[in-house]
Ligand binder design. Structure first.
Ligand SMILES: Cc1cc2nc3c(=O)[nH]c(=O)nc-3n(C[C@H](O)[C@H](O)[C@H](O)COP(=O)(O)OP(=O)(O)OC[C@H]3O[C@@H](n4cnc5c(N)ncnc54)[C@H](O)[C@@H]3O)c2cc1C
Ligand code: SF4
Length: 481
């Protein structure tokens, strides 16, 4: 007999983990396909190189004019990037959501422009599951940086975070949390759904394409073709399919499944980030705190500069050694040796910049992915202003040397943005592709415009909303016999 699920979900991160677990806990038969392994707190050690191998996708790069690159990071294990992220849990700013309707014509269930209020019940639910709390237990390094903010007439506030009292402030969030104090979809939503029995999880499997039958308006998704852990091609059938493989992989999977909407893979937002490090005279141990417990929101909206700074952290040693640069170029030779010898005395701020969603991912003639980035003058101005402010903060705090990284994207968003207008959006207001019945997008690819804050809470809120919509659809659609 052919195996049939109510829902097949590809990807178990912020989006897929929530959709799959919400539906399974509601009594639906759900199959969750995940390319990475199912690793848990017992497996997590602060071994940076091993974690980079076991818990991350190989880093992707997009070229910038002048020979530099943007580096893209994302997680690859059950829980996706939530397993290796820093757990900052922020709701979007209302100005962020105002950009959505303008970008793609997105409306709410009443047909009015979509607003922050439309997300609030879903934020409430996610925050409860993830036990979101305020982190005002700042380490010495945060107070060091704060003096610099205050000297410039700004200040730091505590962040909200999905970490509970088991967080021992080890600082190894990027290698997976060894105490389970850091929440992910793996140790919350998915763990509960597995324990309750409605969820089937297949790991080490790589979705190849969504199976689509019929054509034109009758095109509908019937399942997913995937390579199992032994490399054999398998088929999983479902009444509905949700693709939640992370912004870049979701766009690629839709393209590889034969969808042709020209908006697929376009309007990708990078939420570009730079870490800026300052060297202080005394030991700061910025690697041994909960990494991001404070932020400066003074420049959050575009009119005020369009960037947010988070404090205080330091990259792990390999990342620090391989990415640091200053006005003389990359740290190298004796300068690098000196910087690393002083590792315990560096304090970093993370500068995240509002962007205009001009990135794109596409397949070339050979089926290979190509990522392009096209920063506009306004984005360059924000990137420069964020770097300049970060440097001045650290110098005002007493740093005797400052260095910084190139541009990184850990908050990649868009590529299958939602909106009412099929000419500008890949999926409708419920996440269903405009092109294929029964095929939904359930992750960061949905966001019509980049947020000015860390996006995972919003992705999880949208995923909760999608799960509720799908529950309604399932209730109305008779199950096949
Ligand atoms: C280092 C780092 C730190 C971050 N810190 C924060 C933070 O503090 N706060 C915050 O809000 N956000 C943070 N983020 C961003 C946040 O984690 C992501 O925006 C969010 O997890 C994206 O959700 P997603 O579901 O789109 O993708 P992901 O969470 O990345 O999940 C996608 C999943 O799909 C799987 N997958 C991909 N392709 C396939 C395939 N073909 N078949 C099967 N499975 C597949 C992947 O392995 C992955 O598990 C951070 C990200 C990183 C990388
Ligand atoms: S800082 Fe807290 S949440 Fe992060 S890895 Fe350590 S114990 Fe876990």
């Amino acid at each position: 007999m052919r195996e049939m699920f109510d829902i097949v979900v590809v990807g178990s991160g912020a989006g897929g983990g929530v959709v799959a677990a919400e539906l399974a806990l509601g009594g639906r038969r759900v199959l969750l396909l995940e390319a990475g392994r199912h690793l848990t707190a017992d497996d997590f050690r602060r071994f940076e190189a091993k974690a980079n191998h076991d818990l991350y996708w190989p880093m992707r790069f997009a070229p910038l004019p002048g020979g530099d690159v943007v580096a893209f990071l994302s997680g690859k294990s059950v829980g996706g990037s939530t397993t290796i992220n820093t757990k900052v849990a922020l709701r979007a700013h209302e100005r962020d959501i105002e950009k959505w309707h303008a970008a793609s014509g997105l409306t709410n269930d009443e047909g009015q422009a979509f607003t922050l209020a439309d997300l609030e019940p879903f934020y409430d639910r996610v925050e409860k599951v993830l036990t979101v709390r305020v982190r005002d237990d700042w380490g010495k390094c945060v107070h060091t940086a704060r003096a610099g903010f205050q000297a410039l007439g700004a200040d730091l506030e505590p962040v909200h975070s999905y970490t509970d009292a088991k967080c021992m402030s080890y600082g190894s969030c990027l290698q997976g949390c060894p105490t389970d104090g850091g929440k992910s979809t793996m140790n919350t939503y998915i763990a509960r759904a597995l324990a309750a029995g409605g969820l089937e999880l297949r790991t080490g499997v790589q979705a190849q394409r969504v199976l689509i039958e019929g054509s034109g308006e009758r095109a509908h998704a019937t399942g997913v073709e995937y390579l199992d852990a032994q490399g054999h091609l398998q088929v999983a059938r479902g009444r509905f399919v949700v693709v939640a493989a992370g912004a870049l992989n979701t766009s690629l999977l839709l393209l590889r499944s034969g969808l042709t909407n020209p908006a697929i893979g376009r309007h990708v937002g990078l939420h570009p980030v730079r870490l800026v490090h300052g060297l202080f005279d005394d030991v700061q141990d910025a690697y041994r705190v909960y990494p991001i417990s404070a932020h400066c929101m003074q420049h959050q909206v575009d009119a005020d500069g369009g960037f947010v700074l988070e404090a205080s952290t330091i990259m792990d040693p390999i990342a620090f050694a391989t990415t640091s640069r200053d006005e003389h170029g990359p740290l190298w030779g004796q300068r690098l040796v000196d910087a690393l010898r002083a590792y315990r005395r560096w304090v970093g701020v993370l500068a995240m910049v509002n962007d205009e969603n001009n990135g794109a991912i596409a397949l070339d003639a050979n089926g290979q992915e190509r990522i392009t980035v096209d920063f506009q003058a306004s984005e360059h101005a924000r990137l420069d202003a964020a770097l300049d402010f970060s440097r001045r903060v650290l110098q005002a705090a007493g740093a005797r040397q400052v260095c910084w990284t190139g541009i990184i994207s850990t908050h990649t968003q868009g590529g299958c943005r939602m909106g009412d207008d099929p000419a500008r959006a890949v999926v409708d207001r419920n996440g269903r592709t405009h092109e294929v019945q029964g095929l939904y997008v359930g992750d960061s690819a949905l966001l019509p415009r980049t947020l000015s804050v860390n996006p995972s809470l919003t992705i999880m809120a949208l995923a909760t909303r999608l799960a509720m919509h799908l529950e309604g659809e399932l209730a109305q659609t008779p199950a096949p016999h």
